[in-house]
Design a protein around this ligand. Structure first.
Ligand code: CA
Ligand code: CA
Ligand code: CA
Ligand code: CA
Length: 234
């Protein structure tokens, strides 16, 4: 028992104090929004499929926090509507993931931008805005499902090298963030795309499709608590 405590203390001392390894938030808990295309849905919710892509109507019965965001097929694509998340991190290379339902090539993307003023957010792919695809490249389309899947943040063409095939490969590209406050905007692109949760980690190996990130976040908080109480005892 004493050995275990000692090892725990040593492993914590070896890291920067309170090293932040994970952050996550519910997609429906946005800090601000513009327009009406991103609706908040509570489980269970029924959604129209996509007849042109042979997706039948379906229901979503499970979501983290009991809710998620998106737009029904028929809401029409793009539109400039957005949601904004405010968060804070320690300076590091962060690997972002989204828990998404993207059942076809016509229902599988959003636009994104970090640290961009609201007024510059648009449904367009330009120097500011970027496309996050969910199984868009031909070789990945076999994976389409109406179930939730965790996708690494990717970009169709910049500003970083993380295209979808790269992010699905062995050497995914992180987002380099400075110490402190940041924003992430998601802008509307394809209707029929649904987002449950955002997760980011400094651990390149971590795959939320294999380990529930909630477990990781809770474990980290527990370690911090343990460290705080241990320190108090010295
Ligand atoms: Ca698409
Ligand atoms: Ca669609
Ligand atoms: Ca771009
Ligand atoms: Ca959620």
């Amino acid at each position: 028992m004493r050995t275990i405590i000692l090892l725990t203390v040593l492993s914590l001392i070896a890291l920067p104090a309170f090293a932040q390894k994970y952050i996550s938030w519910e997609a429906e808990n946005f800090n601000d929004s513009n327009g009406t295309k991103f609706e908040v849905f509570e489980v269970p919710s029924d959604h129209p499929g996509n007849a042109a892509e042979s997706v039948d109507d379906y229901s979503v019965t499970e979501a983290s926090g009991g809710a998620y965001i998106g737009s029904h097929n028929g809401a029409t694509n793009d539109g400039g509507d957005w949601v904004k998340y405010e968060f804070s991190v320690a300076a590091d290379d962060w690997h972002f993931w989204g828990r998404v339902i993207a059942p076809s090539v016509g229902d599988n993307s959003v636009y994104w931008a970090f640290d961009t003023p609201d007024g510059d957010i648009a449904s367009t792919n330009d120097a500011t805005m970027n496309i996050w695809d969910f199984f868009e490249v031909e070789s990945l389309r076999v994976n389409y499902t109406t179930d939730w899947v965790w996708f690494r943040l990717n970009t169709r063409d910049g500003p970083f090298e993380g295209t979808e095939p790269v992010q699905h490969g062995d050497d995914p590209v992180p987002v380099e963030l400075s110490d402190g406050d940041h924003t992430l905007h998601l802008a509307h692109r394809e209707d029929g795309t649904y987002i449950d949760k955002i997760f980011a980690t400094t651990d390149v190996e971590f795959d939320p499709n294999e380990t529930d990130p909630q477990t990781a976040v809770e474990a980290q908080n527990k370690l911090t608590t343990t460290w705080g109480s241990l320190k108090g005892g010295f």
